[in-house]
Design a protein around this ligand. Structure first.
Ligand SMILES: [Zn+2]
Length: 310
């Protein structure tokens, strides 16, 4: 079955990416994501890219990066070169940030996570949380006197920069994003709801960007047309839609796939050594067996077409 043209944005050639962070060993969820991206790229006659999201200076490790390429080779997922590494493109994120700054949408914040947790727990035990689990920012530094900031600068504190969500949403107007469905070949429009996030951090203290900012900038620069990623990132699509609108860049179509649980029924995690795909391989896991398992579980559709290249 040939996908209809509307499954490709603006009749452009489809461009997909697998975008892991080299901060831990990959697990089965990454394998699924990589396979789905590669299968869709092949189905749409598109391009498949690998992007290394290594903005975290402390947690990104060369050995994890090598393991990513090794795992993709094992999975049979081919991708174009050169591979984009986010750490080499900080100037791109800086430019996007300056644009948001120029719109008056960001402010420096000197609060530590511990300070924020203390403040919100004093306010209410039911203080709202962002979808990623951090406390809804209580707005301490939003609109604070420059004097307060000067005081923190004298102390040698570096700020993080937050997006003023109220202002940003007001400027952006009503937002929506589109998901696509490979089984029904349909596109659905979803209202974006960035209000469930507080003033998110756009530029961190330890690195001059953030996950949200880099992803949006890179998807635009790389001309990504279809984003295939885990369901755990669906809520981030609200933020990404907002940033895309503010930055005036095209919006890809999205598909958030099911998450895979480990044998203990819990979500797979990079931090859990037993979830490592490398360890599973060492213990004898074969690619064909994993592929078959995913197919049986219904994670891979149109199986004839999803066969990775060998
Ligand atoms: Zn603050």
């Amino acid at each position: 079955m040939t996908p209809p043209l509307y499954l490709s944005t603006d009749n452009r050639q489809a461009v997909l990416r697998f975008a892991p962070s080299p901060n831990g060993p990959l697990h089965r969820g990454h394998a699924l994501s990589a396979w789905l991206n590669a299968a869709l790229a092949s189905k749409l006659g598109g391009r498949m890219l690998l992007r290394i999201e290594d903005i975290d200076p402390l947690r990104s490790r060369p050995e994890h990066m090598m393991a990513i390429e090794d795992t993709l080779a094992w999975l049979g997922v081919a991708y174009e070169r050169p591979v984009r590494r986010q750490s080499q493109h900080m100037a791109d994120y800086q430019r996007a940030f300056e644009r948001l700054k120029g719109l008056g949408l960001v402010y420096p914040c000197y609060c530590t996570r511990a300070e924020i947790e203390k403040i919100v727990s004093d306010k209410s035990p039911d203080w709202p949380r962002d979808p990623d689990g951090s406390a809804h920012y209580p707005g301490i530094c939003r609109g604070t006197e420059p004097l307060y900031a000067a005081d923190r600068i004298v102390q040698g504190d570096l700020p993080q920069w937050r997006l003023n969500m109220t202002k940003a949403i007001e400027l952006a107007g009503p937002l929506s994003w589109r998901s696509f469905d490979l089984i029904t070949f349909s596109i659905t429009t979803h209202p974006a709801n960035p209000t469930r996030w507080g003033d998110i951090v756009l530029v961190r203290k330890d690195t001059p960007t953030s996950y949200h900012l880099s992803v949006v900038v890179d998807d635009a620069i790389q001309g990504i047309t279809h984003v295939v990623r885990g369901m755990d990132l669906e809520a981030a699509t609200d933020i990404h839609t907002l940033l895309q609108t503010l930055l005036g860049v095209p919006q890809p179509l999205y598909w958030h796939h099911s998450l895979i649980n480990g044998p203990d029924g819990k979500k797979l995690a990079k931090s859990k050594a037993s979830d490592s795909l490398n360890l599973e391989r060492e213990a004898g896991l074969m690619r064909a067996a994993l592929l078959e398992e995913f197919r049986r579980a219904g994670f891979l559709m149109n199986t004839e077409d999803s066969q990775p290249q060998t």
